[in-house]
Design a protein around this ligand. Structure first.
Ligand SMILES: [Zn+2]
Length: 171
């Protein structure tokens, strides 16, 4: 049995003991009840902590993009890419949150389509300086002929305006 399995088993055993203790503890003198409960709680805490350490070490992988450790319950995407036989293969591991954040940056025409804005709206707002605060922190940026924009700008700058417009249209 691996050390992880045996630790898991010990936790289950101890939880069972804790349940049994809970059934009889009211019949025990306060002193005994207090110390036994303390022992069980401490040991459980210790075992759970050890298990957490063991399982987080087990994955032993970190995200190639953000350098954070991949947690056991995360499903990273992995790629071994080798340019040719003489090159060392690159081992690329990307955590779900990095994959998620890549999808949050888009070209302005995609964003306009997704949020139902007139084509060119974002470019025009940028020219007028309306997006400057977002641009300064890198959530809007130029890349070649195109402009890329983060979902956060759409949610915080455009969505309130869209809602307001909708409200006015209803009246
Ligand atoms: Zn990452």
């Amino acid at each position: 049995m691996s050390i992880i399995e045996s630790t898991k088993e010990k936790i289950v055993e101890l939880e069972r003991a804790a349940d049994q203790f809970a059934l009889i503890k009211d019949t025990l003198p306060f002193e005994v009840r207090f110390t036994t409960q303390g022992l069980i709680d401490n040991q459980l805490k210790d075992l759970r902590y050890r298990l957490e350490k063991l399982t987080s070490l087990r994955s032993n992988k970190s995200c190639t993009v953000c350098d954070n450790w991949i947690k056991e319950d995360q499903e990273p995407v992995q790629l071994f890419y080798q340019y040719n036989n003489t090159a060392d293969p690159a081992n690329i591991t990307v955590c779900p949150s990095c994959i998620g954040s890549m999808k949050k940056v888009m070209f302005t025409n995609e964003a306009e389509k997704l949020w139902g804005l007139q084509p060119g709206t974002i470019k025009q707002d940028r020219r007028l300086g309306n997006l400057q605060a977002f641009e300064e922190i890198g959530l809007v940026y130029h890349t070649g002929r195109y402009i890329k924009i983060h979902e956060l700008v759409m949610k915080n700058y455009y969505e309130p305006r869209i809602k307001e417009r909708e409200k006015k249209a209803k009246k």
